[in-house]
Write a protein that binds this ligand. Structure first.
Ligand code: C6P
Length: 420
């Protein structure tokens, strides 16, 4: 069937990475589904939470719950300190130059909408262009379409090849004087492709065009260094990095954030208000109107700490081993075709099966206790590019094992027995 990416035969996983021990940190993994042990392979949709995260949220509500940046009382001071500590942790996690470059938002989707509605509305005009790629998630398409519709601008799309890799030469050709911003995914949720962000940034910056990176799938899977990438904006979701839902991060370079208008108006984003004039607060508060999601920010802080303890490099190696093993095992099954065979991939194995709808694959796998996602993965243009309605997608996390990959392979064979 398909030609798959060639992975090294054996990937070195550090011996200190003890996945059995790590699994004990995740209570949800220890259950049966339809009488079978749960095999959770839907980590690209959302990851499970370690006890450290669950307990951080519980402890906050038991001990410290209070509004932040407002009260002089002890609880408010404690909550404010805990909240701001997470900003510093996020700065370190991304290697941002300054903690004021970290804006707390609801997630990747809100981060991208924020940039489109502030930077975009200010800088993109009639006849201008926004450049994205053909492998973007809807969250990195629709906010730009909204902006382009409003401004009379044009959305340009850089093509991908049959392996699901960005055609960098075509991408570069689309950069021009009308391009006002580039927005690219770091790692495709539908294909697993890792984009060469550093090269993309270099090409765009040579023409003074800023670059936003959708890091929703990369942040949990690889060490991200925004200064080394030199990107202008980086977006991520807490729930995909083993933290809570409803919290995420927008990183932005100070110079750009300073020049952008606020996103929403309300409390905390102001320095002073009269009916005649409002002076906005300094960074990062200018972009954090209203009472924020304090509890989940604190939960996200625990997730950063947890990931730092395990080490992103070790997680990356562990998942690379799982993906290589899964790729080899799944492509060996006749009647299965992998979608997304880029040379550089991580975390995601999308596939289709001859004469079987992906939805049916997911339903039968579920009866075996195996959780995968089926559908278009909020990347309908990717499905259109490959001429398919949907795929089944197994996506790996730091707690998955080779035995779980074996269970997936057995499950796929079971699908063929039932429906083949
Ligand atoms: N992808 C998936 O199953 P939010 O919903 O804001 O946390 O993340 C949006 C998003 C943006 N970019 C990429 C590359 C993503 O993968 C996602 C979320 C999930 O693939 C849910 S659709």
């Amino acid at each position: 069937m398909s030609t798959v990416a060639k992975f090294p035969e054996k990937i070195h996983v550090a011996s200190s990475y003890d996945v059995r021990k790590i699994r004990k940190d995740f209570p949800i993994l220890h259950q049966t589904v339809h009488g079978k042990p749960l095999v959770y392979l839907d980590n690209a949709a959302t990851t499970q939470k370690p006890l450290a995260v669950i307990e951080a949220i519980e402890n906050y509500y038991r001990r410290d719950n209070s509004n932040i940046h407002r009260g002089v009382h002890t609880l408010s001071e404690r909550a404010t300190e805990a909240y701001e500590k997470v900003r510093v942790a996020a700065q370190k996690f991304l290697n941002a130059a300054d903690h004021k470059e970290i804006i707390f938002v609801r997630g990747t989707t809100e981060a991208i909408n924020l940039v489109a509605q502030t930077y975009g509305r200010k800088n993109v005009g009639n006849g201008d262009e926004v450049l994205i790629t053909a492998m973007e998630h809807h969250s990195n398409i629709v906010p730009w379409q909204l902006l382009c519709d409003e401004k009379g601008a044009r959305l340009r799309v850089a093509p991908i090849n049959d392996r699901g890799e960005l055609q960098l030469d075509e991408f570069e050709k689309l950069l021009g004087p009308k391009t006002k911003i580039v927005a690219v995914g770091h790692l495709s949720n539908a294909l697993g492709t890792i984009n060469h962000v550093r090269d993309i940034v270099r090409m765009a910056h040579a023409r003074n065009i800023p670059v936003l990176v959708d890091g929703a799938q990369a942040a949990p899977r690889m060490q991200v260094d925004v200064q080394a990438l030199d990107c202008d904006f980086y977006a991520l979701s807490g729930h995909k990095i083993y933290g809570p839902t409803g919290i995420g991060i927008l990183y932005g370079k100070t110079k750009l954030l300073e020049a952008m208008p606020p996103y929403q108006g309300g409390g905390d984003m102001i320095a002073s208000v009269t009916f005649d004039k409002t002076v906005y607060n300094r960074l990062p508060y200018k972009f954090e109107a209203g009472t924020p999601n304090i509890a989940d920010t604190i939960g996200l802080g625990a997730a950063f700490e947890y990931l730092n303890q395990l080490g992103l490099e070790q997680i990356e190696q562990h998942e690379a081993d799982l993906l290589a093993y899964a790729t080899k095992s799944v492509e060996a099954i006749s009647g299965v075709q992998l979608i997304g065979t880029a040379k550089e991939k991580a975390g995601v194995l999308s596939f289709v099966m001859e004469d079987i709808h992906p939805h049916d694959i997911g339903t039968i796998l579920d009866t075996e206790g195996i959780a995968v996602r089926t559908g278009h993965h909020c990347a309908q243009p990717v499905m259109q590019r490959f001429g398919i309605p949907a795929t089944a997608r197994a996506s790996f996390g730091l707690y998955n094992t080779r035995e779980e990959v074996d269970a997936l392979v057995k499950g796929i064979r079971r699908v063929q027995e039932v429906l083949g």
